[in-house]
Structure formats: C-alpha cells, structure tokens
Write a protein that binds this ligand. Structure first.
Ligand code: AMP
Length: 182
C-alpha cells in the first residue's frame, strides 16, 4: 500500500534537520523528533506493517543503532523475530563480519552466526533509518546472505537520493525508501 501525500508529509515534517552535524557540510536527519511524535511514528509503523504483512518474512534485521528502533517495533507488529546487525566488537557470541569502505578508512559490521535460527533460506527484511552512500547497508545485506538467509528487501525511512547508495544497494537487494530526499 502506498503512503498518502498527507501522511508522507506528516512523517517528513516530524524529522528534524540539524545542519553541520557531526561535521561542517553534513545535514543530519534527526529521527528522535519522529519517535517523539506519536501520530507520525504511528503512521509510519502502520504503513510498514501493511507493506510487509504480505511478504512472508521470517525476521527483521536492523542496523546499529537507529535501525534497532524501527526494526524491533516492526518485528513485533509482524509477529516475527528481530536480529541486530552491530558495529564490530559489540555482539557477544560467535559472529560473521563484513568490512566496508568509509570516506576515510574502513568500518565493519557483524551478525551472530546463528541469528536466523540456523534456518537456511530464512526470509529477512533489512531496515535502517537512512541510506546515504549505501556502504553500511550493502555490507549488512551481504552479511544476511553470508549466513544462509535471503535479504528480501532493504527498507529505509529516508533515502538520500543524490548519494547513489540506493542504486548501489539495488544491485544486491530490492530497496524501499519511505521518503526520498534530493
Ligand atoms: P551510508 O553507509 O553512507 O549509507 O550511511 C548510512 C548510515 O549512516 C545510517 O546508519 C545512518 O543512520 C547514518 N547517516 C548517514 N548520513 C546521515 C545523515 N545525513 N543523517 C543521519 N544519519 C546519517
């Protein structure tokens, strides 16, 4: 089900722009104001629930850290389990990891080796608050596949379209951004 223009605007208006955070030239999309707004948060989560209710998903996997908030809420609404994909060194059990390039240097994300219950071919939705260059999400989607599951789609509340991340991730998995930003 597509989002009405009015609902789209309610969600977009609930997200706060913070110029020059964490460094000059970056406009940080602050979703704490969206989480704080029960109407906007409710509209968003209902939309995701309706959209993904028919996807026969087994799990929702969220990216550290804001993907945990939307992902865990959605997994509960769908009646399925939630899996965290974390920055290196945070998960306590045996992990599988994937490196990705940053503007300067590399970063790494990890998943528990048994995150999808050892079920081969588990159907997984990947979720995060925002896709920019797509580096984090491509690494996360690769991790899901690496441990034998299927990344059915990757979902973002915001897609920064000018940065090319959506195109890059589309080569790996279908992508849905609730709100596209130029
Ligand atoms: P990327 O790997 O470049 O797609 O970056 C995506 C990750 O960085 C996500 O986990 C986002 O939460 C965060 N991020 C990147 N750019 C922004 C931004 N302008 N505002 C808020 N979060 C951002």
């Amino acid at each position: 089900m597509s989002l009405s223009e009015q609902d789209r605007r309610i969600i977009e208006n609930a997200i706060r722009d913070i110029p020059d955070f964490p460094k000059p030239g970056i406009v940080f999309k602050d979703i704490t104001t969206l989480l704080n707004d029960k109407e906007a948060f409710g509209i968003l989560m209902n939309h995701l629930h309706v959209r993904y209710g028919g996807h026969a998903l087994d799990y929702v996997a969220g990216i550290d850290a804001r993907g945990f908030i939307f992902g865990a809420a959605l997994a509960q609404m769908l009646g399925i389990g939630f899996v965290p994909i974390r920055k290196k060194g945070k998960l306590p059990y045996t992990t599988v990891s994937e490196k990705y390039a940053l503007e300067y240097g590399v970063d790494e994300v990890e998943i528990h080796i048994d995150a999808f219950g050892g079920k081969n071919g588990a159907r997984v939705l990947l979720i995060d608050d925002l896709i920019a260059t797509g580096g984090t999400a491509v690494a996360a989607a690769n991790l899901i596949e690496k441990i034998g599951a299927e990344c059915v789609e990757a979902c973002f509340i915001l897609g920064l379209e000018a940065l090319g991340g959506i195109e890059k991730l589309t080569e790996v998995t279908p992508v849905y951004a609730v709100i596209g930003v130029d």
